[in-house]
Design a protein around this ligand. Structure first.
Ligand code: F3S
Length: 64
């Protein structure tokens, strides 16, 4: 499973980081700092919860 982040659309709500701080890190301005990464099997549920928590829907799950 892979995460793709449309980080130009991030509005800095930081809910992704509140739900899954180890996966969705923020930059110094409070915006998501990654444009995507691979998710290990044990972290997939957490990654999905973090993605769902974003009100702007900028975090996308790609199942492989
Ligand atoms: Fe940005 Fe959404 Fe997280 S707006 S900081 S990706 S909750």
């Amino acid at each position: 499973m892979k995460i793709i982040v449309d980080n130009k659309a991030c509005a800095g709500h930081a809910r992704c980081n509140e739900v899954a701080p180890g996966l969705y890190e923020l930059d110094d301005n409070g915006y998501i700092s990654t444009d995507g990464f691979d998710v290990e099997v044990g972290q997939q549920a957490l990654a999905r919860r973090g993605a769902k928590a974003c009100p702007e829907r900028v975090i996308h799950i790609v199942d492989e």
